[in-house]
Design a protein around this ligand. Sequence first.
Ligand SMILES: Cc1cc2nc3c(=O)[nH]c(=O)nc-3n(C[C@H](O)[C@H](O)[C@H](O)COP(=O)(O)OP(=O)(O)OC[C@H]3O[C@@H](n4cnc5c(N)ncnc54)[C@H](O)[C@@H]3O)c2cc1C
Length: 470
Amino acid sequence: MKTTLVWFRRDLRLMDNPALQAAASAGRVVPVFAWSPEEDGRWPPGAASRWWLHGSLAALDRALRVRGLRLVLRSGRAAEALTRLARETGATAVYFAKRYEPAARRQEEAVAAAVSNLGIEARAFAGDALFAPDSVRGREGRHYKIFTPFWNRCGELPSPEKPCGDPGRLRGVSPAPKSERLEDWRLLPSKNWGKGLSEAPEPGEETARYDLKKFLARARGYAAGRDFPALDGTSRLSPRLHFGELDVRRVWAQALPFSDPPFQKGGFLGELGWRDFGRHVLFHEPFTPERPHDGRFTEFRWRKDSAALEAWQKGMTGYPMVDAGMRELWATGLMHNRVRMIAASFLVKDLLIDWREGARWFWDTLVDADLANNTLGWQWSAGCGTDAAPFFRIFNPVEQGRRYDAEGRYVRRWVPELSQLDGRWIHAPWTAPREILERHGIVLGRDYPEPIANHALARARALAAYGASK
Ligand SMILES: Cc1cc2nc3c(=O)[nH]c(=O)nc-3n(C[C@H](O)[C@H](O)[C@H](O)COP(=O)(O)OP(=O)(O)OC[C@H]3O[C@@H](n4cnc5c(N)ncnc54)[C@H](O)[C@@H]3O)c2cc1C
């Protein structure tokens, strides 16, 4: 009977897993995860991602044990770890799902070459995109740089494949191969993270499926509610999708009946389209995590200001909407999309700090840190990306707060110092009359910071820097 290694990567689930299903129907299965952050180049998983990965691997192992198997953990370069395990178990095939990040693609080529040298079959299955990045081509075979034509083109292609369901009975090998201990990988933060991640969701496929179910029950209200961070308006499925606890094809198929027409902008399925677009851009422009897509920004004169950067990271800028977002990030490992845009714009335009500093901080603190989406989001915010917001469109953090958090409920939740202020003052506490601040026991500069930048002046400075860079 054939024995196949199933190399889990960003598909940490048993359901809807084509590689696992194919291996299970061919014979015995050896499920393995290789921990090789050194192979991720400049983007090894950040602290919050490691925390999530720990939980997700533990959950995957538990689910496998229920079916009589266990997850084999091996550290070191994937090619070496997998060839060694293949020799130990007599496996004649390695099945895995594709990934689209540049370093992950190199890793998978190395694995395919190493196992083929031993006469072992290497088979790659569909990755975590609805439409594989290399399958969407414009006229003359070029890749897309603008979302709308990209997504329209996807609409002309065959629909995403149906999720493949349960893998059926799993048979393992005997004796079970040795595994390293998850605890020894030290994925959990060793230093005291304070309140960090104390309110993050629980990793794992089972809770992911539960979260999807809960979201579907309110998915019809998505388009109306998605921009208001105080509402439970979005799915919060991003870490589930990033780690592959849910197959994106499953989310698509189950959301279809509840969402706006799939190829329309603003609906839930359209956001999955942006996710595919991020993968498309990263696949075809692998330099974008480090360099702007728009070459005119290569020489842009960003400011170096470590005190301002630290104030932003800690949620102490004096702009409540920005600070609420940064503190939500610290506590939950997530931040609402509207607030990500506001916080990013503030860093890049009001503080004139390089978008890569922000991308790095998000990379370390987001549980959904995803190279494709993070790069797309930061380059969009900085105005230097594909299909980006123009640099001269500068978010006013006070107006954004008044528009998307009119009563201040979101700010009150994450910036408790201001919780007594009413909606009129909460987004610009420095404009509140002194007696109102006093009545609520707030002294600016003591209980909550004065704004670290004057938005009107900062805006003018940003526009001047932009003008000079052209
Ligand atoms: C500066 C910045 C950085 C970002 N960094 C990341 C990141 O590291 N990882 C990440 O997954 N998303 C990132 N995003 C995109 C977006 O903010 C998150 O995907 C979204 O907030 C996740 O919440 P949700 O699951 O409730 O989204 P929903 O609104 O429920 O959307 C469903 C899914 O669609 C995808 N999606 C939604 N919006 C976008 C988008 N704008 N671009 C690409 N995919 C999208 C996500 O996978 C999301 O889970 C970033 C956005 C910005 C502006």
